[in-house]
Design a protein around this ligand. Structure first.
Ligand code: ADP
Length: 774
């Protein structure tokens, strides 16, 4: 027998091609194959393995198997459960089937062994091909990722090109035909070429796969991530019961919007925002912002309004019942009503109530709202510096909210409330814009029907609102605002007026608040006067109200503790409840003195007397000023001094007095700093008296500004000043001629007790205040 021919048992393989030098195991189940195996084991453990052309054929015939296969060494046989056997084989050499000796009980074939020759060892082509294959295989390993990298090292050691080709082929994941094609290349160079082309092709495919793979993977990753997160969120929401909530919430808003009777543009905006909310979800941060915005829109009174009470009689009754005095304010409201009855479209007036604290500005405003049947809102402008406080912040700001006007309208719950803007004089502008400008727009009846808040970004109609503002002084009210308002002065009260207010309003109010029945606690008039004069010092009645409240509380305690039926609050009771008197008004000196004059001052807290003392001493013409004096008062002292120097001859004063004497002006008393020009005449009178040693009448008080030529200029706060003089026991007051018109506002009780002297020149003042020696 030719040494290249060999008879061997054959196993047809399904889907596997074995290359020489390749180690692999496979399972054998077919009876025929197992018998072939057994035969091989009995002989020399060599077997011929070749692939079936079609893997699915169960009983292959000769023509169903490839002729070229590999002679293998059986290394191991393992019996598996059932009739299967696992075989480990190692490829040895190529062989071609020459003849089928027997088919049964297994294939026995004669094969021709095709061993690789040595012809390739010094063939440069082969060498080059082999190197390229190694490089490419290296690349292939990296791309495929499922072949151990060390494999390449093993290959490096291989000098035999044929073996190299077979080994590399055994590692490649190739289709069966391709593997078979390589196996059938008996010529080494040809095999190398074939392998190289297959390898290059595979690399291309791998690269493409990878490219597509990355893209697809990225896409899948992203989609998957989103999906995953969404699912997770859903699960969390479900867990929290929010998913349902979300839907309910949307429904609730939708219902509210359709029921709210919103103007068209507002409704459109609300629906638009609701749509956005659907996309963001109610529980996201953005969702929170949208919800707040929607709540604002829905809470505002776009259409709701109260019906005005136009019954003049009943309005008057309510106003009178709730407040004593305040005639100007009450009259103005009645006028407004009368005008409104005539013309239906009348806009609300913008009243500005000016006066010291506690005179009832806020509470009369509340009362007006009550009388007119309007809702009442109050907003304090004290300390407002930023325009945004009035007009709101843009929605893009984190935590933005509407301005105070819109805030107030929400509270008002109707579009025609009475809106009280308190302390309009305490507002100030800074770099963030002037709030007064924004307020102008609010108050201007031409513009306020389309007031636009930065946050809402919708027009809101303020034209039906009745605005009332309050201020302590008009000096600091921004001019353009001032021009749009109707000013009503609410000045302080006399003791008699306070007595009325206290008896008719404050005491009943406090009793009611404390749940005390009628006639249980009775105040005597003198006790109330005591409270007014010795326990409070104010133009209004705020402290008085507090004192009354405190007495009532103490009286209640006494009733409870000592089982009294009722308590009469007398002067002694007041003293025992409240302790020693706190204030004593400077009753003016009973004596006429040289260099001592009573002036009258006006402070934010009402009027007060202002004693001025002057002393003259030898010196060299210094003018010294001490006491609680503001700059303006110092200026008027100097003006007065110059006037005296220029006119000394008129008043019997030594002409060179300013060279030989020092003049010291002192304004004692007064924790409250007093300032203002109105002490000019007082200081001049005191200086002249001190210089010419003539006494000043102790019962005269004066006020007025002075010029260098001795003219007396008008002053403000005459009522407050008169009240202070009256309280101090003065009987004559000298006032500037130009203030004559203000006398109308002085209460009759005061006017009947005080003698007013009108002066347009300092001479008139001096004539009436200074006693002549002879
Ligand atoms: P203002 O706003 O001027 O500072 P308020 O309105 O707060 O003063 O008044 C303080 C208190 O005095 C309130 O309780 C108010 O009812 C009462 N009051 C002030 N003036 C009167 C008045 N003329 N009649 C009745 N109560 C008054």
């Amino acid at each position: 027998m030719d040494k290249n021919l060999k008879v061997l048992p054959l196993i047809p393989l399904r889907g596997i091609t074995v290359f020489p030098y390749m180690v692999l195991h496979f399972d054998v189940g077919r009876k025929k194959s197992i018998l072939a195996l057994e035969e091989a084991m009995l002989v020399d453990q060599k077997i011929f393995l070749t692939a079936q052309k079609e893997a699915k054929i169960e009983e292959p015939e000769e023509e169903d198997i490839f002729e070229t296969g590999t002679i293998c060494n059986i290394k191991q046989i393992l019996k598996l459960p059932g009739d299967t056997v696992r075989v480990l084989v190692e490829g040895e050499t190529r062989a071609v089937l020459k003849e089928c000796i027997s088919k049964d009980p297994f294939f026995k074939v004669e094969v021709e062994i095709l061993e690789d020759g040595e012809e390739c060892s010094d063939n440069k082509n082969c060498e080059a091909l082999a190197r390229t294959i190694k490089d490419k295989f290296d690349e292939y390993i990296k791309l495929s990722g499922n072949i151990p990298v060390e494999t390449i090292i093993t290959l490096d050691e291989l000098n035999n090109c044929g073996r190299l080709a077979d080994t590399v082929s055994s590692y490649l994941m190739l289709k069966q035909e391709k593997r078979q094609e390589i196996l059938e290349c008996y010529d080494i160079e040809e095999r190398l070429k074939k392998l190289l082309s297959v390898l290059v092709n595979e690399i291309e495919i791998l690269k493409l796969e990878r490219k597509i793979g990355v893209k697809v993977k990225n896409k899948i990753d992203k989609v998957q991530k989103e999906y995953y997160l969404k699912e997770q969120l859903k699960a969390i929401q479900e867990e929290l019961g929010e998913d349902d909530e979300d839907k309910k919430e949307m429904k609730r808003y939708k219902n509210k919007i359709s029921k709210a009777k919103l103007p068209k543009d507002v409704k459109d905006k609300a629906l638009y925002e609701l749509d956005r909310l659907k996309n963001t979800g109610t529980y996201s941060a953005e969702g929170g912002v949208i919800r707040t915005y929607l709540d604002w829109i829905l809470d505002l009174p776009w259409n709701a309004q109260t019906k005005d009470n136009l019954e003049i009689k009943s309005v008057r009754e309510i106003l009178e019942k709730e407040h004593y005095g305040l005639k100007d304010v009450k009259d103005r409201i009645i006028e407004y009503l009368a005008a409104k009855k005539m013309s239906k479209s009348l806009k609300g007036p913008i009243l500005c109530l000016v006066g010291p604290p506690g005179v009832g500005k806020t509470s009369i405003a509340k009362s007006i709202a009550h009388a007119l049947n309007r809702n009442f809102v109050r907003m304090s402008l004290g300390g407002v510096r930023d325009e945004a406080e009035i007009r709101g912040h843009r929605k893009t700001y984190v935590g933005a909210i509407p301005g105070r006007i819109i805030y107030g309208m929400k509270q008002a719950k109707s579009k025609n409330p009475l809106f009280l803007l308190d302390e309009i004089d305490k507002m100030s502008g800074d770099f963030r814009g002037d709030p007064a400008d924004a307020l102008l727009e609010v108050l201007d009846s031409e513009q306020n029907s389309t007031f636009r808040d930065h946050y809402l970004e919708l027009d809101f109609d303020l034209s039906n609102v009745m605005f009332i503002t309050t201020a302590n002084t008009l000096e600091t009210v921004p001019r353009p605002l001032f021009d749009r308002m109707e000013v009503i002065e609410v000045s302080g009260y006399t003791s008699e007026e306070k007595l009325h207010i206290c008896k008719e309003h404050l005491i009943p109010k406090e009793l009611e608040q404390n749940g005390v029945g009628d006639n249980k606690i009775i105040f005597s008039d003198s006790a109330i006067y005591k409270l007014i004069d010795s326990y409070t010092r104010e133009s209004g009645v705020r402290s008085l109200e507090r004192r009354v409240a405190s007495i009532i509380r103490k009286a209640i305690a006494e009733i409870m503790e000592k089982g009294r039926k009722n308590i009469n609050v007398t002067v002694t009771k007041v003293k025992s409840y409240l302790g020693p008197e706190i204030f004593t008004y400077d009753k003016v000196d009973k004596e006429d003195k040289v260099g001592v004059v009573t002036g009258m001052a006006w402070t934010g807290y009402g009027g007060d007397t202002l004693p001025v003392e002057v002393s003259v001493m030898p010196g060299n013409g210094k003018l010294q000023l001490t006491g609680q004096l503001g700059d303006v008062m110092k200026e008027s002292a100097k003006t007065g001094y110059s006037y005296i120097r220029a006119n000394s001859h008129k008043y019997g004063i030594e002409s060179g007095f300013y060279k030989n004497y020092d003049v010291h002006i002192h304004v004692p008393e007064g924790a409250v700093p007093k300032d203002g020009p109105s002490a000019g005449v007082t200081m001049v009178t005191a200086m002249i008296s001190a210089l010419n040693k003539n006494k000043v009448k102790h019962n005269v008080a004066m006020t007025g500004e002075i010029t260098l030529t001795g003219r007396v200029l008008p002053i403000g706060g005459l009522k407050e000043k008169s009240l202070a003089a009256y309280r101090a026991g003065i009987d004559t007051v000298i006032i500037p001629m130009e203030n004559e018109k203000d006398l109308l506002k002085i209460p009759k009780t005061v006017k009947s007790k005080l003698k007013y002297i009108l002066a347009d020149n300092i001479d008139t003042v001096l004539e009436n205040a200074i006693l002549r020696d002879n």
